[in-house]
Design a protein. Structure first.
Lengths: 156, 284
């Protein structure tokens, strides 16, 4: 195992990847750092890049007329940020901004897509890993939609 | 020893003891914390996790968890009350000097001492923070007895967190990790936005050495417990506080029956080993 792939072994999202697959992912990985307030990407722009957050906090936001940039969710240690690069139209659906100094592993998604096209078995494993993270995010969002802390007295 | 402990029985459990409202602090738009002082004799000391039956003459009686500091037991009681129905609204609005009838303390406890030497993960949703406040205070008072202590609290909005002053103070302490998260985006909030399961999923956990304490709406208990179970924490190391319509408080009337248990007597704090299978049964 190389030093680069060793950095990825602790990432829960890649827990199901084999050592060989992890090595492939590591060829697309590089460490990055964002200062507080630094924007990672803007909604509507071409989607390139995927980040495994190691420390810090990143907000997903959206411009809502009259309300400004509204934070819809925050991500932190161990979370994966960015999967719009995987599917057409390859544009960011939300923006992302670091709320705190944030360290992450950035994945070169152009390279990942090329590797996945060349080796569909690897591509399937990679897609499953991202899908698992996506489902967990969806389930948490559904839980929020239930508005569980609402007072029984309140009417919608 | 079970994972949740029964405290000593109360001598006269059906006899309300008069208490006066000696202090009142608004927590949110519909929650207030009342400090009650005995008008005469006081009730026995409480254990974290227990509840009392609070009565207002001519209005009614309901079960309310004790949210006070277990270390400062001078006979007074602290309850945090959300105004929902007729009785809770009347209690919430009770002015200083109002006379209440109090029975208890009743029910099982969080049994914090049995978690000595372990990591504590405390997860609270909404007003579920009230019954867990004694756990946090107890853990901080005996901080050397535990490994890491983490509190994850969720609310709809920043203004709906209970105990905001204490949460801020706890957040500044180096010996407890505090993760606050809100469900609904709010202007001016620079903290986390997401359900409590999200910071919980991010939390590094040593499953064999973790004891978890969960309180909040039942679906939240299930979702949070599922995250912990996925991390390898045993169901027997997850404690949850249940809520049912409690009337007598001592297991006589059966109003709070929840499958094989009576929540007032066998709960409110139970192991997830017991609660988990029951929480998915409709209309139980």
């Amino acid at each position: 195992m190389t030093e680069r792939s060793a950095q990825l072994t602790g990432a829960a999202i890649f827990a199901s990847l084999s050592a060989e697959e992890l090595e492939l992912v590591s060829t697309a990985a590089r460490p990055v750092w964002f200062g507080a307030g630094e924007r990672l990407f803007v909604e509507g722009t071409p989607a390139r890049g995927c980040w495994l957050i190691q420390d810090g906090c990143v907000a997903l936001d959206l411009l809502v007329p009259g309300r400004g940039q509204v934070v819809v969710q925050t991500l932190g240690r161990g979370d994966v940020l960015g999967w719009s690069w995987l599917l057409p139209p390859y544009q960011w659906h939300f923006g992302a901004v670091a709320l705190q100094p944030t360290t992450a592993t950035e994945l070169d998604t152009d390279l990942l897509r090329t590797l996945a096209d060349q080796d569909p078995r690897f591509g399937y494993s990679l897609a499953l890993s991202l899908f698992q993270a996506c489902v967990q995010r969806l389930q948490a969002t559904r839980a929020r939609l239930l508005d569980l802390y609402r007072s029984p007295r309140d009417q919608h | 020893m079970t994972s949740t402990e029964h405290a000593s029985p109360v001598a006269e459990p059906m006899l309300p003891v008069p208490y006066l409202v000696a202090g009142r602090a608004a927590e949110t738009h519909d929650c207030a914390t009342l400090r009650l002082e005995p008008a005469g004799d006081s009730l026995p000391p409480f254990q974290p996790g227990q509840f009392t039956m609070l009565a207002l003459p001519g209005i009614g009686e309901i079960a309310i968890s004790i949210s006070g500091d277990p270390a400062g037991q001078d006979g007074s009681l602290t309850h945090t009350i959300r105004a929902v129905g007729a009785v809770s609204t009347a209690l919430h609005n009770a002015p200083l000097g109002a006379l209440l009838g109090v029975r208890g303390p009743f029910g099982t406890t969080w049994d914090l001492p049995s978690a000595a030497g372990r990591d504590l993960v405390i997860v609270a949703g909404g007003v579920g923070l009230a019954p867990l406040r004694p756990v946090v205070l107890g853990a901080l008072a005996g901080r050397g007895s535990y490994r890491s202590v983490c509190l994850i609290a969720g609310a709809r909005t920043p203004a709906e967190f209970l105990f905001r002053g204490e949460l801020a103070a706890w957040s500044r302490r180096p010996d407890i990790e505090v993760e606050l998260t809100i469900d609904q985006p709010a202007a001016g909030w620079d903290g986390q936005v997401g359900f409590v399961t999200e910071p919980l999923a991010r939390l590094p956990v040593d499953p064999a050495r973790t004891t978890a304490f969960l309180c909040g709406p039942e679906p939240m208990l299930r979702f949070a417990a599922e995250v912990l179970l996925r991390k390898g924490v045993a169901a027997g190391d997850i404690r949850v506080s249940l809520e049912r319509n409690m009337q007598c408080g001592i297991g006589l009337c059966g109003h709070c029956q929840f499958g094989p248990i009576l929540v007032c007597r066998d709960g409110p704090v139970v192991s997830y080993t017991l609660a988990g299978p029951l929480l998915t049964i409709r209309e139980l």
